[in-house]
Design a binder for this molecule. Structure first.
Ligand code: ACO
Length: 323
């Protein structure tokens, strides 16, 4: 019997503390005007001292599980997309499993930076449709505030902390009523590592390091790569990007979103943007934006939804689903 990976619910979680552009401008040479004009960001959330990536992940997972009406005994796969794990090992997914009181199944992390959630959802789909696992928590969670160089105005104004989670179930095709992940397209070009990376790590420096980015070079790659991924994911499902009801993009820069809308002939009102309030939360940004749009009614059951992202690696990808 053929199986579909159906997204049952989603949940988002943001740390309480909000850092505005104005507050940032008191510690680094920048301005609210520059940040808004170049990126669309107005504010971002910051994890409290001692609040870990796993805590944000658990907050989002609990909301998604409550919406799906399921408990710890119902999950047998946890995938956490993160570039800011609690510890070098074990995987943050293992820590999340313990904090949620889940005793069964598999748990592991995926590292594809801002494309992490698309990679994680695509991976979960393959595990679920194989019949090996029944219900997954797919989580994007980040504490990028921990790897920012707060003296570097070219990067520290861009990122925020947060988490988002999907509950995804294996459902027999006949019962799925057309819902589920319909296609996904993942790519990486490792020759562009130098455009966006963290300058520390276990085997290189034995330090955590700080995020380094040649923002304008990444920007130049973004519109083409994101558009390619969306066109390919749509083509695999026999449609065109303009046929999609709602786009939930990775929230890196409002100008990138506008560029993609123009290139693919989309309407701005099809595209969910939470960048003003969240900044770039890397792997968390897609499920966070998804949960905001579901809660305010812009995403409805049965909608055809495209997720897309691009980030360090460079990695990029898109996934198409019927919700
Ligand atoms: N405040 C004021 N001025 C600034 C700031 C700031 N915070 N940051 C940079 N500037 C200055 C620069 O120094 C430069 O000044 P100069 O002309 O005197 O040299 C000027 O502003 C322009 O800088 P650019 O870097 O060319 O600005 P750009 O228009 O490219 O915007 C930005 C920068 C916002 C970073 C943009 O390039 C971007 O969004 N890039 C893509 C980011 C992205 O998508 N990353 C992928 C996902 S992230 C991940 O995977 C972790």
């Amino acid at each position: 019997m053929a199986l579909r990976a159906v997204v049952e619910s989603c949940g988002g979680f943001l740390p309480e503390k909000i850092l505005t552009n104005e507050e940032l401008a008191t510690s680094v040479e920048t301005s609210d005007e520059w940040i808004r004009e170049r990126t669309g960001i107005c504010r971002r959330h910051m994890a409290a001292h001692g609040q870990r990536t796993s805590d944000l992940a658990v907050g989002a997972a609990k909301k998604a599980m409550a919406k799906a009406g399921i408990g710890p005994e119902d999950i047998d796969l946890i995938i956490v997309a993160t570039a800011t794990p609690d510890l070098t090992f074990p995987a943050t997914a293992a820590i999340v499993q313990a904090k949620l009181g889940i005793k069964q199944g598999a748990a592991f992390d995926i590292q594809a930076v801002c494309t992490g959630f698309v990679y994680a959802l695509s991976t979960a789909e393959k595990f679920l449709i194989s019949g090996q696992h029944k219900r997954a928590l797919v989580i994007g969670a980040e504490t990028f505030s921990r790897i920012l160089d707060w003296q570097d105005r070219t990067t520290c104004v861009l990122f925020g902390d947060g988490a988002g989670a999907f509950v995804v179930s294996a459902v027999e095709e006949e019962q799925a009523e057309g819902r589920g992940v319909l296609s996904s397209f993942l790519r990486c070009d490792g020759s562009m590592v130098d455009l966006l990376y963290v300058d520390g790590g276990v085997s290189a420096t034995q330090t955590t390091g700080y995020l380094r980015m040649q923002g304008n070079k990444v920007f130049r790659e973004a519109v083409n790569k994101i558009s390619q991924a969306m066109v390919e994911a749509a083509r695999m499902a026999g449609i065109e990007p303009k046929d999609v009801d709602v786009f939930v993009p990775h929230q890196a820069n409002q100008r990138i979103l506008q560029g993609v809308v123009k290139k693919l002939g989309l309407r701005e009102d099809q595209v969910i943007s939470t960048i003003a309030d969240h900044g770039n939360t890397s792997a968390a940004s897609i499920p966070l934006a998804f949960s905001v749009a579901e809660e305010d009614g812009r995403i409805k059951r049965g909608d055809l939804i495209m997720l897309e992202g691009m980030g360090g690696g460079l990695t990029w990808g898109a996934a198409l689903l019927r919700y």
